[in-house]
Design a protein around this ligand. Structure first.
Ligand SMILES: *Cc1c(COP(=O)(O)O)cnc(C)c1O
Length: 811
């Protein structure tokens, strides 16, 4: 499509859709017009991709995730369609700024943080590497809450993202399925003597899919992300005369639980899990039936991935359909189920390992409970005499009256992976060690990755221009080619070009900061960034304590020679997570205190930006100089903001946790600031139970002064919040070793300051970080999943000649 063709198409479409000319149209009307041209343009490829998979009976994988966090799709789709420059220039000639249309799109925020964002990065990379893979999830009517600060406190507002419609989704009425909830179920012999479930009572909910095309990068592949919405079935309308009863059904897909670690919302949450699991599995089975292949072979055509334990009931639902509906003998059904399923573990935090009371499963999905009980019974039977009794008791699925979802996921699948080397090692050695004894071959590592086109090419077009000029554009398709940048470590033009790009991005962020918070910051300062969910283990508190130390140092010695720094935070706290909200309040009040203190002379600023989400991340990350990855070693399974920030040339200050270790290995010790306890040291403290936080506090007067500031009135406007933090550190013995790591962190921060002052050295370190980020592309991650776990291959049949010339095939 040429620019002229686009302009014609655009003005014609605007006239057809709104009977308008450009000059009369609102930004939203222009956005809708552009979007409708795009969806029309890829629709044929979407259909073609699907037909090819079907005609070739291609094995497809279905990625089940209770969260997806795609952010905005407009620019990403334009880029992947190969239209970005043409459209941007064409619009400009019509007097329209593309960026103004971009802002019309609400963030699709159907996830909390890293877990959902990973699922969306995978969707992009799966399509971009021409792999036959699709997403399966929930179309929440309200996305993750909108965060506002009032008096420094987090306030949650509803995210009504569907208000103006969603132009990327297609409602597929004809693909709806019914889900059965509640009631009673018992087994009865049918006329042939086989057992058959008989259902009494309960409710039927209609699951209607909304499909969104996942457009691959210049390769003619369009996969599907299928999100389900709950409705009242037409045949049951009479039953739901009462408004409250109707709401009960519709509420099923109304809110995303704003917490990715605790079992919030309990029964409704469990119902959501069964809802999207059953809908997804039923639609997979219905499709499979059209292939005319026996169910014994379904694993050759279908892979189902369980992203964290929320979709763990996939195992039981798949068994239910094979055994109850397809009348397969249990053993055969089990054999094939295990081959179809695979599972990713995302956390070692004990409180995040999902468990459900058996009574609740009985209430929500009684047949599923029966099947889980049978799986559990057979598991115990199979292992008895082979393994010690206590080992079996610890690994079985039902323990007391609790159903352990991770146990179900591991026992019911052929692969369990962690998300970074350290995390996968810890699973084998500690957290899932018992299972590792039972199934050593099932365990593997797949280090997370990121959609580098979104986080690099799109979010940082200034940097991209410089990189393209230096090393060409092959890294757009083969991200590891970014390593050719290593040849430019002493090339002044490239170093200055990258530094200039960073400066422009900082100017843009500074403008955003002033516009949204009123705080004026200088782009000449170090932009030090910590952006992630607010959690005690991520230790935003440690960052705050170092800031307080700098503040006290400056108060004592205003001439202190530190490079001016702006500390930038972005984080939502789960609404029920009291402690995390206290940390937000104290950061905000510390910000007020420091930002307004004339004695600080702009050497220190704190900015806590509201409503951290993908679109805000896309503004912050390209402008970051320093990336804060300071979780307690062993607690952050992988992290992905560490990868996004590295790609954008930020220098990491980090503990040896999650993927930070692999980032250190990629850039070398000289190009990252590592500090703090190692995982071994943390576990030694656990084993010996000899950490005494108050000893650390009492032996370090600098630390003591900082900790006391939470309770001695130094920080104005905080009340019980300061006491709560103080108590977490001293009364409750500092669960995340903040006090223990404080000194090492301050030393590492000092090293950052020193390095930044040497501008030439910093530019080189920054370049080395970008140059080595390619290996963290999710393109490679999904390729490894495809080869090692899913056994799926790229499909090229639908690829046109143009696609073949441009394709990202990574073979
Ligand atoms: C990448 C990303 C995350 C994950 O950040 P971590 O620091 O790895 O926890 C969370 N939220 C958003 C919006 C992201 O883009």
């Amino acid at each position: 499509m040429t620019k002229e063709e686009f302009k014609q198409r655009f003005t014609r479409r605007l006239a057809e859709k709104y009977a308008m000319e450009v000059k009369d149209a609102s930004a939203n009307e222009l956005y809708q017009t552009l979007g409708s041209i795009m969806t029309a343009a890829y629709a044929e490829k979407w259909q073609q991709t699907w037909q090819d998979y079907r005609n070739q009976k291609q094995k497809q994988v279905y990625y089940f995730s209770i969260e997806f966090l795609p952010g905005r799709m407009l620019k990403s789709n334009l880029l992947n369609m190969g239209w970005l420059d043409t459209v941007e220039e064409g619009l400009a000639e019509l007097g329209i700024k593309l960026e103004e249309l971009v802002k019309m799109e609400p963030d699709m925020a159907l996830g909390n943080g890293g877990l959902g964002r990973l699922a969306s990065c995978f969707m992009d990379s799966i399509a971009s590497t021409a792999l036959p893979g699709n997403g399966n999830g929930i179309r929440y009517e309200y996305g993750l809450f909108k965060q506002r600060f009032i008096d420094g406190y987090q306030v949650e507002l509803p995210d009504e993202w569907l208000n103006k419609g969603n132009l990327w989704e297609v409602r597929k009425e004809s693909k709806a399925v019914n889900i059965r909830f509640g009631g009673n179920v018992y087994l009865k012999e049918d006329e042939t003597g086989e057992l058959e479930p008989v259902y009494e009572g309960g409710d039927i909910v209609r699951a209607v899919p909304y499909d969104t095309g996942m457009v691959g990068y210049e390769n003619d592949t369009v996969n599907t992300m299928r999100l389900w919405s709950a409705e009242i079935p037409a045949e049951e309308e009479d039953k739901y005369r009462n408004i409250d009863d109707r709401r009960k059904i519709e509420n099923l897909t109304s809110v995303l639980y704003p917490d990715d670690s605790n079992e919030a919302g309990r029964k409704l949450r469990l119902s959501q899990e069964y809802f999207f699991v059953s809908a997804g599995i039923q639609s997979i089975i219905r499709h499979y039936q059209k292939l005319n292949e026996p169910f014994e072979k379904i694993n050759q055509f279908v892979g189902i991935h369980i992203n964290d334990t929320h979709p763990a009931m996939c195992v039981a639902e798949f068994m239910r359909i094979l055994v109850d509906e397809e009348k397969m003998p249990w053993e055969k059904a089990w054999d094939v189920t295990v081959k179809v399923m695979s599972y990713t573990n995302h956390t070692i935090m004990a409180e995040a390992l999902e468990k459900w009371p058996t009574w609740m499963l009985k209430d929500v999905c009684p047949r599923i409970l029966q099947i889980i009980e049978e799986i559990d019974r057979r598991f115990v039977q199979e292992m008895t005499g082979v393994h010690p009794f206590d080992l079996i008791e610890r690994t079985r699925i039902i323990q007391g009256d609790q159903v352990h979802m991770a146990n179900l996921s591991i026992i019911g699948s052929h692969s369990t992976n962690g998300v970074a080397k350290l995390h996968s090692d810890l699973l084998k050695a500690v957290v899932l060690h018992d299972f590792y004894i039972l199934y050593p071959d099932r365990f593997n590592n797949k280090t997370n990755g990121i959609a580098e086109r979104r986080w690099g090419q799109l979010a940082n077009r200034q940097m991209t221009k410089v990189v393209d000029q230096a090393i060409g554009t092959s890294w757009h398709k083969n991200p590891e080619d970014m390593r050719w940048l290593m040849n430019y470590q002493t090339d002044q033009q490239v170093l200055d070009g990258l530094a200039d790009a960073k400066h422009q991005n900082k100017v843009r962020l500074a403008e955003y900061i002033e516009a949204t918070t009123g705080v004026v910051v200088s782009p000449a300062a170090i932009f030090d960034v910590q952006i992630k969910r607010l959690h005690a283990y991520k230790r935003q508190l440690l960052n705050l304590m170092h800031i307080l130390k700098l503040y006290f140092d400056l108060k004592e010695n205003p001439a202190l020679d530190i490079h001016p720094r702006v500390f930038i935070f972005g984080a939502k706290a789960a609404p029920s997570y009291h402690y995390a909200k206290s940390v937000i309040k104290v950061i905000n009040e510390t910000a007020n205190m420091i930002n307004r203190d004339p004695a600080i002379n702009d050497k220190l600023k704190i900015v806590f930006l509201e409503n951290y989400n993908v679109s805000l991340a896309e503004i912050i990350i390209p402008a970051a100089d320093v990336s804060e990855q300071i979780s307690l070693a062993s607690k952050e399974a992988s992290g992905t903001s560490n990868m996004k920030l590295m790609l954008n040339g930020a220098v990491t200050i980090a503990t040896l946790d999650g993927a930070n270790i692999e980032i250190r290995d990629a850039v070398g010790d000289d190009n990252i600031a590592i500090f703090g306890l190692t995982e071994e040291e943390v576990y030694r403290y656990y084993d010996e139970q000899n950490y005494v936080a108050s000893d650390v506090y009492n032996s370090d007067p600098v630390l003591k002064k900082v900790v006391d500031a939470f309770v001695d009135g130094s920080i104005p406007n905080i009340y019980s919040e300061g006491q709560e933090i103080y108590d977490s550190l001293l009364k409750y013995n500092d669960e995340f070793f903040v006090l223990r790591d404080f000194k090492a962190y301050c030393i590492a921060q000092h090293a950052i300051d020193t390095a930044y002052k040497d501008r030439q050295r910093w530019k080189k370190i920054s370049l080395i970080n970008t140059a080595n980020a390619g290996r963290f592309s999710a393109d490679y991650t999904v390729k490894k999943y495809a080869d090692d776990i899913w056994q799926i291959e790229p499909v090229f049949a639908h690829v046109t000649e143009r696609g073949a010339q441009h394709g990202t095939y990574l073979l």
